[in-house]
Design a protein around this ligand. Structure first.
Ligand SMILES: [Mg+2]
Length: 389
Protein backbone atom coordinates (compact mmCIF):
# COMPACT_ATOMS: atom_id res chain seq x y z
CA UNK A 1 0.00 0.00 0.00
CA UNK A 2 3.04 2.25 0.14
CA UNK A 3 4.20 4.67 2.81
CA UNK A 4 2.02 6.34 5.39
CA UNK A 5 -0.10 9.28 4.25
CA UNK A 6 0.22 12.66 5.91
CA UNK A 7 -2.06 15.69 5.75
CA UNK A 8 -0.16 18.61 4.27
CA UNK A 9 -2.66 21.40 3.87
CA UNK A 10 -6.34 22.16 4.41
CA UNK A 11 -8.23 24.73 2.34
CA UNK A 12 -11.76 25.96 2.85
CA UNK A 13 -13.48 27.96 0.11
CA UNK A 14 -16.60 29.68 1.35
CA UNK A 15 -19.06 30.61 -1.39
CA UNK A 16 -22.48 32.17 -1.76
CA UNK A 17 -25.22 31.65 -4.27
CA UNK A 18 -28.72 32.95 -4.78
CA UNK A 19 -31.61 30.58 -4.53
CA UNK A 20 -34.41 32.03 -6.63
CA UNK A 21 -38.11 31.90 -5.82
CA UNK A 22 -37.46 31.31 -2.15
CA UNK A 23 -38.04 33.57 0.81
CA UNK A 24 -38.43 33.37 4.56
CA UNK A 25 -41.60 32.24 6.31
CA UNK A 26 -43.42 34.16 9.05
CA UNK A 27 -40.82 33.06 11.62
CA UNK A 28 -37.89 34.54 9.69
CA UNK A 29 -36.12 31.19 9.35
CA UNK A 30 -37.94 28.56 7.27
CA UNK A 31 -37.25 28.77 3.56
CA UNK A 32 -40.51 28.74 1.65
CA UNK A 33 -41.59 29.16 -1.95
CA UNK A 34 -41.86 32.87 -2.73
CA UNK A 35 -41.97 33.75 -6.43
CA UNK A 36 -39.69 36.64 -7.42
CA UNK A 37 -37.80 36.54 -4.12
CA UNK A 38 -34.44 34.94 -3.33
CA UNK A 39 -32.38 33.77 -0.39
CA UNK A 40 -28.60 33.89 -0.18
CA UNK A 41 -27.03 30.51 0.54
CA UNK A 42 -23.59 30.27 2.15
CA UNK A 43 -21.71 26.96 1.85
CA UNK A 44 -18.09 25.91 1.61
CA UNK A 45 -15.84 23.50 -0.21
CA UNK A 46 -13.44 21.79 2.20
CA UNK A 47 -10.30 20.23 0.73
CA UNK A 48 -7.79 18.16 2.71
CA UNK A 49 -4.53 17.70 0.79
CA UNK A 50 -2.16 14.82 1.51
CA UNK A 51 1.54 14.49 0.73
CA UNK A 52 0.77 11.81 -1.86
CA UNK A 53 -1.59 13.82 -4.03
CA UNK A 54 -4.86 12.46 -2.67
CA UNK A 55 -7.39 15.20 -1.86
CA UNK A 56 -10.44 14.61 0.34
CA UNK A 57 -13.42 16.88 -0.27
CA UNK A 58 -16.72 17.95 1.24
CA UNK A 59 -19.24 20.59 0.17
CA UNK A 60 -21.96 21.99 2.37
CA UNK A 61 -21.83 23.28 5.89
CA UNK A 62 -22.58 26.73 7.26
CA UNK A 63 -20.90 29.86 8.51
CA UNK A 64 -20.60 28.64 12.13
CA UNK A 65 -18.65 25.47 11.36
CA UNK A 66 -16.54 27.38 8.80
CA UNK A 67 -15.49 29.68 11.65
CA UNK A 68 -15.09 26.83 14.16
CA UNK A 69 -12.58 25.08 11.91
CA UNK A 70 -10.13 27.91 12.53
CA UNK A 71 -9.92 26.83 16.19
CA UNK A 72 -8.60 23.32 15.55
CA UNK A 73 -7.93 22.33 11.94
CA UNK A 74 -4.18 22.98 12.34
CA UNK A 75 -4.25 19.81 14.51
CA UNK A 76 -4.67 17.77 11.32
CA UNK A 77 -1.39 18.92 9.76
CA UNK A 78 1.14 16.11 9.57
CA UNK A 79 -1.36 13.49 10.76
CA UNK A 80 -2.26 10.27 9.01
CA UNK A 81 -5.75 10.90 7.55
CA UNK A 82 -6.52 7.18 7.79
CA UNK A 83 -6.48 7.36 11.61
CA UNK A 84 -10.06 8.59 11.70
CA UNK A 85 -10.82 6.96 15.03
CA UNK A 86 -7.91 8.73 16.72
CA UNK A 87 -8.84 12.04 15.11
CA UNK A 88 -12.51 11.59 16.10
CA UNK A 89 -11.62 11.00 19.74
CA UNK A 90 -8.97 13.73 20.00
CA UNK A 91 -11.14 16.40 18.42
CA UNK A 92 -14.32 15.34 20.22
CA UNK A 93 -12.50 15.96 23.48
CA UNK A 94 -10.86 19.18 22.31
CA UNK A 95 -14.21 20.66 21.19
CA UNK A 96 -16.12 19.54 24.28
CA UNK A 97 -17.14 23.14 25.07
CA UNK A 98 -18.45 23.74 21.55
CA UNK A 99 -21.13 22.14 19.38
CA UNK A 100 -18.49 20.18 17.39
CA UNK A 101 -20.35 20.84 14.11
CA UNK A 102 -17.11 21.33 12.21
CA UNK A 103 -16.02 17.74 12.90
CA UNK A 104 -18.53 16.12 10.54
CA UNK A 105 -17.34 17.75 7.30
CA UNK A 106 -13.71 16.99 8.15
CA UNK A 107 -14.43 13.33 8.92
CA UNK A 108 -16.42 13.01 5.68
CA UNK A 109 -13.44 14.38 3.72
CA UNK A 110 -11.17 11.90 5.55
CA UNK A 111 -13.40 9.04 4.38
CA UNK A 112 -13.13 10.47 0.85
CA UNK A 113 -9.34 10.22 1.20
CA UNK A 114 -9.59 6.62 2.44
CA UNK A 115 -11.75 5.60 -0.50
CA UNK A 116 -9.41 7.26 -2.97
CA UNK A 117 -6.42 5.64 -1.25
CA UNK A 118 -7.93 2.15 -1.48
CA UNK A 119 -9.57 2.85 -4.87
CA UNK A 120 -12.97 1.86 -3.46
CA UNK A 121 -16.26 3.66 -2.78
CA UNK A 122 -16.87 4.58 0.85
CA UNK A 123 -20.00 2.39 1.06
CA UNK A 124 -17.82 -0.61 0.28
CA UNK A 125 -15.27 0.27 2.97
CA UNK A 126 -18.14 0.61 5.44
CA UNK A 127 -19.48 -2.82 4.50
CA UNK A 128 -22.05 -2.76 1.72
CA UNK A 129 -25.66 -3.70 2.30
CA UNK A 130 -27.46 -2.25 -0.74
CA UNK A 131 -26.78 -0.20 -3.88
CA UNK A 132 -30.11 1.50 -4.40
CA UNK A 133 -31.80 3.59 -1.76
CA UNK A 134 -35.57 4.08 -1.46
CA UNK A 135 -36.17 7.83 -1.16
CA UNK A 136 -38.90 10.00 0.27
CA UNK A 137 -39.86 13.34 -1.16
CA UNK A 138 -39.17 15.78 1.68
CA UNK A 139 -41.10 18.98 1.02
CA UNK A 140 -40.30 22.57 1.69
CA UNK A 141 -42.36 24.05 4.50
CA UNK A 142 -45.89 25.11 3.67
CA UNK A 143 -46.16 28.61 2.22
CA UNK A 144 -48.85 31.19 1.61
CA UNK A 145 -47.65 32.16 -1.84
CA UNK A 146 -49.38 29.89 -4.31
CA UNK A 147 -47.16 26.84 -3.78
CA UNK A 148 -47.73 24.36 -0.94
CA UNK A 149 -50.36 26.67 0.49
CA UNK A 150 -53.22 24.32 1.42
CA UNK A 151 -53.94 20.68 2.31
CA UNK A 152 -55.16 20.27 -1.29
CA UNK A 153 -51.85 21.60 -2.67
CA UNK A 154 -49.84 19.22 -0.45
CA UNK A 155 -52.11 16.34 -1.52
CA UNK A 156 -51.71 17.26 -5.23
CA UNK A 157 -47.93 17.24 -4.80
CA UNK A 158 -48.00 13.92 -2.90
CA UNK A 159 -49.98 12.36 -5.75
CA UNK A 160 -47.49 13.81 -8.26
CA UNK A 161 -44.61 12.27 -6.31
CA UNK A 162 -46.44 8.94 -6.06
CA UNK A 163 -46.93 8.92 -9.83
CA UNK A 164 -43.22 9.63 -10.32
CA UNK A 165 -42.38 6.49 -8.33
CA UNK A 166 -41.86 7.79 -4.81
CA UNK A 167 -42.93 5.31 -2.15
CA UNK A 168 -42.89 7.87 0.63
CA UNK A 169 -43.62 11.56 1.16
CA UNK A 170 -42.78 13.84 4.08
CA UNK A 171 -44.67 16.98 4.95
CA UNK A 172 -43.07 20.05 6.48
CA UNK A 173 -46.21 22.00 7.32
CA UNK A 174 -46.88 25.65 8.20
CA UNK A 175 -46.25 25.72 11.91
CA UNK A 176 -48.01 29.01 12.64
CA UNK A 177 -51.44 27.54 13.15
CA UNK A 178 -54.28 27.14 13.49
CA UNK A 179 -53.41 23.60 14.48
CA UNK A 180 -56.56 22.36 12.72
CA UNK A 181 -54.82 23.31 9.47
CA UNK A 182 -52.01 20.82 10.25
CA UNK A 183 -54.54 18.13 11.17
CA UNK A 184 -56.46 18.72 7.93
CA UNK A 185 -53.21 18.44 5.95
CA UNK A 186 -52.36 15.05 7.46
CA UNK A 187 -55.83 13.68 6.73
CA UNK A 188 -56.12 15.16 3.23
CA UNK A 189 -52.75 13.86 2.01
CA UNK A 190 -53.56 10.34 3.26
CA UNK A 191 -57.00 10.45 1.66
CA UNK A 192 -55.57 11.39 -1.72
CA UNK A 193 -52.60 8.97 -1.93
CA UNK A 194 -54.48 5.92 -0.62
CA UNK A 195 -52.78 3.33 1.55
CA UNK A 196 -49.84 2.44 -0.73
CA UNK A 197 -47.56 5.35 0.19
CA UNK A 198 -45.63 5.85 3.44
CA UNK A 199 -46.28 9.30 4.88
CA UNK A 200 -44.27 11.25 7.41
CA UNK A 201 -44.75 14.57 9.17
CA UNK A 202 -41.98 16.88 10.37
CA UNK A 203 -43.19 20.06 12.09
CA UNK A 204 -39.51 20.88 12.76
CA UNK A 205 -40.20 21.84 16.40
CA UNK A 206 -42.72 24.53 15.48
CA UNK A 207 -45.87 23.65 17.44
CA UNK A 208 -46.21 25.80 20.53
CA UNK A 209 -47.65 23.27 22.94
CA UNK A 210 -47.53 19.60 23.82
CA UNK A 211 -51.33 19.60 23.40
CA UNK A 212 -50.97 20.70 19.77
CA UNK A 213 -48.32 18.02 19.21
CA UNK A 214 -50.74 15.47 20.64
CA UNK A 215 -53.67 16.65 18.48
CA UNK A 216 -51.63 16.31 15.30
CA UNK A 217 -50.14 13.03 16.53
CA UNK A 218 -53.63 11.60 16.87
CA UNK A 219 -54.35 12.68 13.27
CA UNK A 220 -51.16 10.83 12.26
CA UNK A 221 -52.57 7.77 14.04
CA UNK A 222 -55.82 8.07 12.14
CA UNK A 223 -53.99 8.49 8.84
CA UNK A 224 -51.53 5.67 9.59
CA UNK A 225 -48.37 7.78 9.28
CA UNK A 226 -44.98 6.10 9.07
CA UNK A 227 -43.32 8.52 11.50
CA UNK A 228 -43.86 11.80 13.34
CA UNK A 229 -40.72 13.89 13.81
CA UNK A 230 -39.69 16.76 16.13
CA UNK A 231 -43.21 18.09 16.69
CA UNK A 232 -42.97 20.95 19.16
CA UNK A 233 -40.99 23.64 20.87
CA UNK A 234 -39.09 21.44 23.29
CA UNK A 235 -36.57 21.76 20.43
CA UNK A 236 -36.52 18.02 19.87
CA UNK A 237 -34.42 17.41 23.00
CA UNK A 238 -36.79 16.62 25.88
CA UNK A 239 -36.58 12.91 26.58
CA UNK A 240 -39.42 13.21 29.12
CA UNK A 241 -41.82 14.93 26.73
CA UNK A 242 -41.11 12.60 23.81
CA UNK A 243 -41.57 9.53 25.98
CA UNK A 244 -44.87 10.98 27.23
CA UNK A 245 -45.98 11.61 23.64
CA UNK A 246 -45.08 8.04 22.68
CA UNK A 247 -47.31 6.78 25.47
CA UNK A 248 -50.27 8.75 24.13
CA UNK A 249 -50.11 8.06 20.37
CA UNK A 250 -49.51 5.02 18.15
CA UNK A 251 -47.47 6.61 15.35
CA UNK A 252 -43.73 5.94 15.68
CA UNK A 253 -41.72 8.98 16.76
CA UNK A 254 -38.46 9.95 15.04
CA UNK A 255 -36.18 12.00 17.29
CA UNK A 256 -32.51 12.80 17.55
CA UNK A 257 -31.88 15.35 14.78
CA UNK A 258 -31.05 17.89 17.50
CA UNK A 259 -29.48 15.53 20.00
CA UNK A 260 -25.85 15.67 19.01
CA UNK A 261 -23.47 12.68 18.99
CA UNK A 262 -23.46 9.06 20.03
CA UNK A 263 -23.69 9.13 23.83
CA UNK A 264 -26.78 11.35 24.26
CA UNK A 265 -28.46 9.54 21.37
CA UNK A 266 -27.99 6.25 23.21
CA UNK A 267 -29.30 7.88 26.39
CA UNK A 268 -32.37 8.97 24.43
CA UNK A 269 -33.05 5.44 23.29
CA UNK A 270 -32.55 4.08 26.81
CA UNK A 271 -35.04 6.71 28.05
CA UNK A 272 -37.54 5.29 25.53
CA UNK A 273 -37.87 8.76 24.03
CA UNK A 274 -37.92 7.66 20.38
CA UNK A 275 -38.92 4.78 18.12
CA UNK A 276 -36.47 5.53 15.29
CA UNK A 277 -33.14 7.29 15.78
CA UNK A 278 -32.22 10.35 13.69
CA UNK A 279 -28.60 10.56 12.50
CA UNK A 280 -26.79 12.99 10.20
CA UNK A 281 -23.13 12.50 9.21
CA UNK A 282 -22.65 16.26 8.93
CA UNK A 283 -24.06 17.00 12.41
CA UNK A 284 -23.00 13.85 14.25
CA UNK A 285 -19.21 13.97 13.90
CA UNK A 286 -19.00 12.57 10.42
CA UNK A 287 -19.49 9.23 8.75
CA UNK A 288 -17.54 7.81 11.71
CA UNK A 289 -20.03 9.25 14.21
CA UNK A 290 -23.10 8.39 12.13
CA UNK A 291 -22.06 4.76 11.73
CA UNK A 292 -21.40 4.45 15.47
CA UNK A 293 -24.98 5.63 16.11
CA UNK A 294 -26.35 3.32 13.42
CA UNK A 295 -24.65 0.34 15.00
CA UNK A 296 -25.74 1.39 18.49
CA UNK A 297 -29.34 1.48 17.20
CA UNK A 298 -28.84 -1.94 15.63
CA UNK A 299 -27.86 -3.21 19.06
CA UNK A 300 -31.17 -1.95 20.44
CA UNK A 301 -33.00 -3.56 17.53
CA UNK A 302 -34.27 -0.21 16.21
CA UNK A 303 -33.85 1.63 12.92
CA UNK A 304 -31.86 4.78 12.23
CA UNK A 305 -33.07 7.29 9.67
CA UNK A 306 -30.50 9.53 8.01
CA UNK A 307 -31.27 13.23 8.05
CA UNK A 308 -30.69 15.34 4.96
CA UNK A 309 -29.28 14.33 1.62
CA UNK A 310 -25.91 14.21 -0.09
CA UNK A 311 -23.05 11.85 -0.88
CA UNK A 312 -22.21 11.05 2.78
CA UNK A 313 -25.82 10.14 3.57
CA UNK A 314 -25.96 7.86 0.54
CA UNK A 315 -22.76 6.00 1.41
CA UNK A 316 -23.85 5.53 5.02
CA UNK A 317 -27.32 4.32 4.07
CA UNK A 318 -25.84 1.88 1.57
CA UNK A 319 -23.93 0.25 4.45
CA UNK A 320 -26.71 0.16 7.08
CA UNK A 321 -29.28 -2.65 7.27
CA UNK A 322 -31.50 -1.09 9.93
CA UNK A 323 -32.77 1.92 7.98
CA UNK A 324 -35.70 2.65 5.68
CA UNK A 325 -35.56 5.84 3.61
CA UNK A 326 -33.24 8.41 2.05
CA UNK A 327 -34.37 12.00 2.60
CA UNK A 328 -34.52 13.65 -0.81
CA UNK A 329 -35.12 17.33 -0.49
CA UNK A 330 -36.15 19.79 0.07
CA UNK A 331 -38.52 19.49 -2.89
CA UNK A 332 -41.42 21.53 -4.17
CA UNK A 333 -43.71 21.45 -7.21
CA UNK A 334 -42.64 24.94 -8.33
CA UNK A 335 -39.01 25.51 -7.34
CA UNK A 336 -35.70 23.66 -7.49
CA UNK A 337 -34.32 21.52 -4.70
CA UNK A 338 -32.15 23.10 -2.09
CA UNK A 339 -28.80 21.40 -2.85
CA UNK A 340 -28.18 23.77 -5.75
CA UNK A 341 -25.59 23.68 -8.55
CA UNK A 342 -22.69 22.22 -6.54
CA UNK A 343 -22.07 18.99 -8.47
CA UNK A 344 -20.15 18.71 -11.74
CA UNK A 345 -21.23 15.15 -12.51
CA UNK A 346 -24.52 13.27 -12.58
CA UNK A 347 -25.03 13.34 -8.80
CA UNK A 348 -28.16 15.26 -7.87
CA UNK A 349 -30.74 15.54 -5.12
CA UNK A 350 -33.60 16.96 -7.13
CA UNK A 351 -37.25 16.00 -7.32
CA UNK A 352 -36.58 13.99 -10.49
CA UNK A 353 -33.38 12.29 -9.25
CA UNK A 354 -35.20 9.01 -8.49
CA UNK A 355 -35.65 6.01 -10.76
CA UNK A 356 -39.03 4.47 -11.60
CA UNK A 357 -38.97 2.55 -8.30
CA UNK A 358 -38.45 5.68 -6.24
CA UNK A 359 -34.79 4.93 -5.52
CA UNK A 360 -31.52 6.84 -5.86
CA UNK A 361 -28.15 5.19 -6.61
CA UNK A 362 -25.00 5.18 -4.50
CA UNK A 363 -21.93 6.68 -6.20
CA UNK A 364 -19.53 3.96 -7.24
CA UNK A 365 -16.29 5.87 -7.85
CA UNK A 366 -13.40 5.95 -5.36
CA UNK A 367 -14.13 7.78 -2.10
CA UNK A 368 -17.41 9.63 -2.08
CA UNK A 369 -17.43 9.25 -5.86
CA UNK A 370 -18.66 12.73 -6.71
CA UNK A 371 -17.12 15.68 -8.55
CA UNK A 372 -17.88 19.14 -7.25
CA UNK A 373 -18.48 22.11 -9.51
CA UNK A 374 -15.28 23.97 -8.60
CA UNK A 375 -15.68 26.51 -11.39
CA UNK A 376 -19.01 27.61 -9.92
CA UNK A 377 -17.71 27.49 -6.35
CA UNK A 378 -14.58 29.57 -7.05
CA UNK A 379 -16.56 32.05 -9.17
CA UNK A 380 -18.85 32.62 -6.16
CA UNK A 381 -16.18 32.54 -3.47
CA UNK A 382 -16.63 34.91 -0.52
CA UNK A 383 -14.03 33.53 1.89
CA UNK A 384 -10.85 31.46 1.78
CA UNK A 385 -8.88 29.85 4.60
CA UNK A 386 -5.60 28.00 4.12
CA UNK A 387 -4.20 25.93 6.98
CA UNK A 388 -0.62 24.78 6.46
CA UNK A 389 2.73 24.76 8.21
MG1 LIG B 1 -36.34 17.04 10.60
Amino acid sequence: MGSELAIQRVEVHQFQWEHENLGYAYNGFNWVYMPGSKVIRTDYLLQIFTDQGIVGEFVGGGTADYAQMATWVYYLLGRNPLQRELIYNDVKRALRKQDRLSMGPVDIALWDIAGKRYNAPVWELLGGWRKTLPAYASTYHGDENGGLDSPEAFADFAVQCQQMGYRAFKIHGWGNGPIEHEVANVLEVRKRVGDKMDLMLDPACEYNTFADALKVGRACDEANFFWYEDPFKDGGISFYAQRKLRQLIKTPILMGEHVRTLEPKVDMVVAEATDYLRVNPTYDLGITGAMKAAHAAEGFGIDVELHGCGPAQRHCMAAIRNTNYYELGLVHPKTISHSGPIYADTFSDNLDSIDANGCVPVPDGPGLGVAYNQEFILAHRTGHQIYQR
